[in-house]
Design a protein around this ligand. Structure first.
Ligand SMILES: Nc1ncnc2c1ncn2[C@@H]1O[C@H](COP(=O)(O)OP(=O)(O)OP(=O)(O)O)[C@@H](O)[C@H]1O
Ligand SMILES: [Mg+2]
Length: 145
C-alpha cells in the first residue's frame, strides 16, 4: 500500500500532475477516479493520456454521455469511463468492463467507479480529488497492490 499526496492550483497544474502520475500506472490496472462534480477527474485524465502519448489534452473530453472513450498509445490503451449516469449493476454489465480489462495492455480510468462494489473490489488504485478552493485541488494517489 502506498499513498502520495499532491496539491494543484490550476487546471494546467492538474494536467501536468496527470503526466507525472502516468509514471506510476501500468498495464492491467483499473483506477478509480474519486471526487465530486468538477473536482478535476477528467482534467487529470488529460494529463495521464498525454503521459502515455495516447492523446493530446484537447482531445480528451468527458465520456459523460458516451460512457467509454478509448485512447491508444504506443504502449498502453487507456479506457476512460464515466459511470455517473449508470445506476445499476445490470446497466454496468452492458458496458463490458471485463472485456476492456482483458484487452492486452489496457488501463481503465473510471470516474464515479466508487458507486459500484464490483468496481471497488477489482480496482487496486484510487486517485481521490478534493476541491479545497476555487482553483485548488488536493489529489491523493493510493495504491493497494
Ligand atoms: N486545480 C484544478 N484542477 C483541476 N481542475 C480545475 C482546477 N482549478 C480549476 N479547475 C476547473 O475545474 C473543472 C474541473 O472539471 P472536470 O471536468 O475535470 O471535473 P470532473 O471531476 O471530471 O467532473 P465530472 O464529475 O462532472 O465529470 C474545470 O472547469 C477546470 O478548469
Ligand atoms: Mg469528468
Amino acid at each position: 500500500m502506498s499513498k502520495r499526496q499532491f496539491c494543484t492550483h490550476s487546471a494546467d497544474e492538474t494536467v501536468a500532475l496527470g503526466r507525472l502520475i502516468s509514471n506510476f500506472l501500468e498495464a492491467g490496472q483499473m483506477v478509480i477516479l474519486r471526487g465530486d462534480l468538477g473536482a478535476g477527474k477528467t482534467t487529470l485524465v488529460k494529463g495521464i493520456a498525454e503521459g502515455f502519448h495516447a492523446a493530446l489534452q484537447e482531445d480528451v473530453t468527458s465520456p459523460t454521455f458516451t460512457l467509454v472513450h478509448e485512447y491508444r498509445g504506443p504502449e498502453v490503451t487507456l479506457f476512460h469511463i464515466d459511470l455517473y449516469r449508470i445506476d445499476t449493476e445490470r446497466e454496468l454489465a452492458t458496458l463490458g468492463i471485463d472485456d476492456l480489462r482483458s484487452e492486452p495492455d489496457s488501463i481503465l480510468l473510471v470516474e464515479w467507479g466508487e458507486k459500484f462494489e464490483s468496481i471497488v473490489e477489482e480496482s487496486g488504485t484510487e486517485i481521490a480529488l478534493e476541491r479545497t478552493g476555487e482553483t485548488e485541488r488536493v489529489i491523493i494517489l493510493r495504491d493497494n497492490q
